[in-house]
Ligand binder design. Structure first.
Ligand code: ATP
Ligand code: MG
Length: 366
């Protein structure tokens, strides 16, 4: 029987630099997968970042946030560039991204770090260590030391200048991120490692207690705990031991960048930021790459894979997500590479042609 026709509205935020080039490719891929699988996507493109600053005077116009909130999912390209680097703090394009995350209430940041067999030579690790690495870091995004109060500057009792920040997590903040991580682990390979510093920090002690308290709800997930210093070491020593990692905001900031560097392919890595209600935000982890913007050199695959995450984690359209991921693998298997992942024996293509090859692979796939 034909599956019922589904219809979704997607907000596209191309942003700056290579953002418009890579988002345009991902949009075409979504459209094709949709038409092949009976899913309708209605796209609405609105400005954010430097592009919005130039046209409206602010990096996140009210209409942009409103459009994002009304839609079913948001796909972002990249934000920022040399042009605005000298701007005052509140007029930086990057402020738009922080406001967007806050406005959407996305508290869980999902960052996969996968070493594809076709790109194992790009990894910073030795081949035998890198091969088969497939990690998902789930980072708490809206709490912890980056937001905790009190914070500020002051002076101590000797009159010396001090700076201080506070790590705070409530039970409910921990529970909601842990639930997301258990669900993610369940959809992946069933292993969850919670990373903390529970030997030293009270916020981490509560973290560990709450995560343990939820374990009985997920009997199919194998839960373990690791201190963050050890986790940083194990990621380099034997990254294959990890499936899904869940951790707080600051540890996740560091560990997700560390994990992504294992792959060595910044142009290949997607991300998802999701909350309880409302649309999720999906974007490549790379920046606006102003050095190659407008030259048709950008690798669009990180954004295409972000569109796959949008389907899986944002809309629950697992089959369509798989079809996109399979098409990316197929395109690499056919030898096509952008400059950032180019190596001997492969075919160098630009952003547009890479997009066309992915479309061909989507069409050919089942
Ligand atoms: P941001 O500060 O916005 O996070 P950044 O300056 O730290 O960004 P990127 O903008 O991601 O870093 O660029 C870092 C390097 O990687 C640049 O040389 C850029 O050209 C390259 N790069 C980034 N993304 C891509 C991509 N999709 N395809 C090809 N090269 C890329
Ligand atoms: Mg930069």
């Amino acid at each position: 029987a034909a599956s019922p026709r589904r219809s979704y509205s997607i907000t596209l935020l191309p942003g700056d630099g290579i953002g418009p080039e890579v988002v345009s490719v991902a949009k075409d891929v979504l459209s094709l997968v949709g038409s092949l699988q009976g899913i309708e996507f209605r796209f609405r493109e609105v400005p954010v970042g430097g592009a919005a600053l130039d046209s409206t005077g602010v990096p996140l116009p009210d209409e942009t946030l409103a459009a994002a909130k009304e839609s079913d999912a948001v796909l972002l390209g990249a934000i920022g560039g040399y042009k605005w680097d000298a701007n005052e703090k509140h007029l930086k394009p990057e402020t738009g991204l922080l406001q967007l995350r806050a406005g959407l209430g996305v508290f869980a940041n999902l960052r996969p770090a996968t070493v594809l067999p076709q790109l194992v030579d790009s990894s910073t690790l030795k081949k035998e260590v890198a091969e088969g690495v497939d990690i998902m870091v789930v980072r708490e995004l809206t709490g912890g030391i980056y937001f905790g109060k009190p914070r500020g500057f002051g002076s101590n009792d000797r009159g010396e200048d001090i700076g201080f920040n506070t790590e705070v997590y409530s039970a409910s903040e921990i529970d909601r991120i842990a639930r997301v991580a258990f669900e993610v682990a369940r959809k992946r390979h069933g292993k969850l490692c919670s990373v903390d510093k529970a030997n030293v920090l009270e916020a981490s002690m509560l973290w560990r207690k709450r995560v343990n308290g939820l374990a009985s709800e997920f009997p199919d997930v194998e839960l373990s705990h690791m201190y963050v210093d050890n986790a940083a070491m194990q990621l380099i020593r034997n990254p294959k031991q990890f499936d899904t990692i869940v951790t707080n905001n600051i540890f996740g900031d560091i560990l997700s960048d560390e994990a992504s560097m294992l792959t060595g392919s910044i142009g290949m890595l997607p991300s998802a930021s999701i909350g309880d209600l409302g649309p999720g935000l999906f974007e490549p982890i790379h920046g606006s790459a102003p050095d190659i913007a407008g030259q048709d050199k950008a690798n669009p695959l990180a954004t295409v894979l972000s569109a796959a995450m949008l389907l899986r984690y944002g809309l629950g359209e697992e089959e369509a997500a798989k079809r996109i991921e399979a098409a990316v693998i197929n395109t690499l298997n056919r030898g096509f590479r952008t400059g950032d992942i180019f190596s001997g024996g492969t075919t160098l293509v630009g952003c547009k042609q890479m997009g066309e090859e992915v479309l061909r692979s989507v069409e050919a796939g089942k």
